[in-house]
Every structure is written in C-alpha cells, then in structure tokens.
Design a protein around this ligand. Structure first.
Ligand SMILES: CC(C)(COP(=O)(O)OP(=O)(O)OC[C@H]1O[C@@H](n2cnc3c(N)ncnc32)[C@H](O)[C@@H]1OP(=O)(O)O)[C@@H](O)C(=O)NCCC(=O)NCCS
Length: 181
C-alpha cells in the first residue's frame, strides 16, 4: 500500500467539510410527491465522497453505508441541503458523516430529515488501496465523532465476521444436503 508523497501527515476536520444543495424535482419523487429514498441515498453518497476526496486527495470508493433513518418526508420543491465531513481516518479508509436538512421554499422552515455514516476507501487509478493522512479532531463535537467512529468501525468489523460465519455455516449445510444450495 503506498501513500501520496506530497500529502501532509495530518489534516483537520474543517478542511474536509463539504456541502451540496439540490431542489427536489418531479423526477426525484414518488407518487405521493415525496423524495425517493434511493435518490436521497445518492445525494448522501455524493456529498460524503466530496469530504473523503478533500481528505484523501486521491480517488475514493464507497466501501459501506451504515443504517439510514429517513426521519421525515422531503416534499417536491423543497431544497435539500447535505453537509459532510470526515469523522476519522484509519489506514486507507475514512468514516464520513453526512447530515441532511430540507427547507420548505414557501415558509422557509428547515427540518433535519436524515443522517448517515459512510466508509470510503482511498485507491489509485488502478483501484489499489492507498494510505490516507491522519485526521486531528479539534472541537468537542469533532472529538466525540472521532471517538464514535472507532466504536462504529469495531461494530462493522464484528458484523462482517458474523456475516462470514453465517455464510460458511449455510455452505456447510448445503454441502451436507440438509438445505438447497
Ligand atoms: C473497498 C475496497 C477497495 C476494499 O478493498 P479490500 O481488498 O477489501 O481492501 P482491504 O481488505 O485491504 O481493506 C482496505 C480498507 O477498506 C476497509 N474496508 C473494506 N471493506 C469494508 C467494508 N465493507 N466496510 C467498511 N470498511 C471496509 C478496511 O477496513 C480497510 O480499512 P483500513 O485500511 O483503514 O484499515 C474494495 O472492496 C472495493 O473496491 N469495493 C468496491 C467499491 C465500489 O465499487 N463502491 C461503489 C459501490 S456501488
């Protein structure tokens, strides 16, 4: 695994902060005039990638998107604003937090509608995994998110192990003819 020679060893959270605003158009909505969940996930992925790019300064790919709660519907014509920043950098991966608000353009009211954590991995142009600079949290909120990111990484790793074990157990049952493969 290599790293970018000219990169600083450490970056701040502020240097990764990114923002995107979209207007919800008819093509983005379901029959009820609400923003499609998949469309919102796309916006979350894109805004999350912006923060990861600003940290890694190389190509990044989405490795995982954690559980997302859609807290309330976003309506046709609303302005959707997404803000992202890197919570913590590991060796080649970064946890990015994305928070989403919807603004009613007529009343001006703004509501928090969704939040998500994503993991991006830095890669070179051949898809080979690359080292990323470390991240220094500065404010109390940044430190809280930095510490939370380590706990969430452990949870993801545990889940990955459980999924692997379940897959092996299913394959063993299929091999012994107890279940259909
Ligand atoms: C993400 C990817 C580059 C990881 O490759 P890999 O060979 O598994 O790499 P490694 O095992 O060396 O892991 C590299 C890093 O990725 C992290 N990682 C890999 N899979 C992960 C997952 N499912 N969730 C979270 N992190 C993951 C590892 O923890 C490791 O982090 P670290 O270096 O900071 O410790 C590879 O799985 C890939 O290219 N996936 C497809 C990405 C893509 O196409 N995304 C768009 C999907 S629509």
């Amino acid at each position: 695994m290599s790293s970018q020679g000219t990169q600083p060893a450490v970056r701040t959270v502020a240097s990764t902060q990114s923002e995107m605003t979209e207007i919800v158009l008819p093509n983005d909505t379901n029959m009820l005039g609400n923003l499609l969940g998949g469309r919102l996930m796309h916006f979350i992925d894109v805004t999350g990638a912006m923060a990861a790019y600003r940290h890694a300064r190389t190509h990044v790919v989405t490795a995982a998107m954690d559980h997302i709660d859609f807290i309330q519907p976003v309506r046709l014509g609303d302005l959707v604003t997404l803000k992202s920043s890197v919570n913590r950098a590991f060796t080649s991966s970064m946890e990015v937090g994305v928070k989403v608000w919807a603004e009613n353009t007529r009343t001006g009211s703004v509501a928090h509608v969704a939040s998500a954590y994503l993991v991006f991995v830095a890669v070179d142009e051949h898809g080979r995994v690359q080292k990323v600079p470390q991240l220094t949290p500065e404010t109390p909120d940044e430190i809280r998110r930095y510490e939370g990111a380590l706990r969430r990484r452990e949870l993801r790793e545990n889940e990955k192990t459980h999924r692997k074990e379940a897959k092996l157990a299913t394959a063993a049952l299929a091999d012994s003819g107890l279940i259909e493969p």
